[in-house]
Write a protein that binds this ligand. Sequence first.
Ligand code: ATP
Length: 354
Amino acid sequence: SGVRETTAEVPAIRLRNLTKTFGSKGFNETRAVDGVDLDIRQGEFFSMLGPSGSGKTTVLRLIAGFELPTSGTIELEGADVSGKAPFQRDVNTVFQDYALFPHMSLVDNVAYGLRVRGMKKAERRERAIESLERVQLGKFMQRRPSQLSGGQRQRVALARALVVEPKVLLLDEPLGALDLKLRQQMQIELKELQRSLGITFIFVTHDQEEALTMSDRIGVFNNGKLAQIGTAHEIYQRPTGAFVANFVGTSNLFGPDIAASLYQRGGQFVVRPERLTLDWTASTAKHDGAASLRGTVTSLVYVGHATQVRVALEGGPAVVVLVGSDLPDEASVVGKTVSVSWLDRDAVWLPDGN
Ligand code: ATP
């Protein structure tokens, strides 16, 4: 069973035992979302993170009203909206492909949602221009979407979703189509925009780095269930299970056998790469409160500010160690016997079978 998260104040979104199955029972039934309990706070930047097929998008579509739950409930600021149509919910969605109207100018694209809501022409134009200015596109308001870069189109989609002032904005991998540099720039812009508007953002991504940098809290999905909910720090430093430890960051998971032989106890543990120390002289001198194992260097990956050294430990797992600049050149290092040590307090213990 998954974890459960509740708060005292009225949350922006409350999911209770939310379940969605596709297909038919006993034939091709898929449990896309499986008993999710979650409170998302007002004004929070909440990310849903998980591998492909883990149910993130389905949860988002259930909140938006594009899908109806098989069972369970969805509350928006305390009101049950589980059976309501999308337009009856005070939420809006930004899709990965932006879904802009190609034949309309930016200002008409952004004003569209206001027209559907019956707002007068002069007012909706004014609001649309305001919204475009908020994303630094005021000067392009007469252009068509085809006359913009990918990042600019992304901003138009944002302006269009925000112009109706939704309580909650749903974002489904909105940066997925952008190149790395632009993606990193948009991550910062999006986060700043969210903070200045104070609107609750629910952000779907399979990119763990993106989730870690942007979110107030993250929900990690696995097989339609929430595996863990927490801040970036909690998720990375205190994973509660092997799935989260493996999915978020490099886990360096030490299994039950090696755990028992080093510490005489059950369970398994994780030591993050930056918490491991590599000794090129292969010394395994014992220090109080620390453990050490010999191993063989199998490869190096240079990552700019540091180098990731992969070491196959004797009687243990293959681990990644993060090493600073003082590194012998690769030819002399691969195949070398080294030792790897860590402080006992940097071993994060995971419960058995989790
Ligand atoms: P991705 O990152 O690839 O978008 P996801 O975590 O968002 O993945 P979902 O799209 O929510 O995952 O899918 C969860 C599961 O439900 C998958 O097994 C998927 O095949 C299934 N599924 C989703 N939508 C439907 C549908 N309309 N009909 C049948 N099965 C579906």
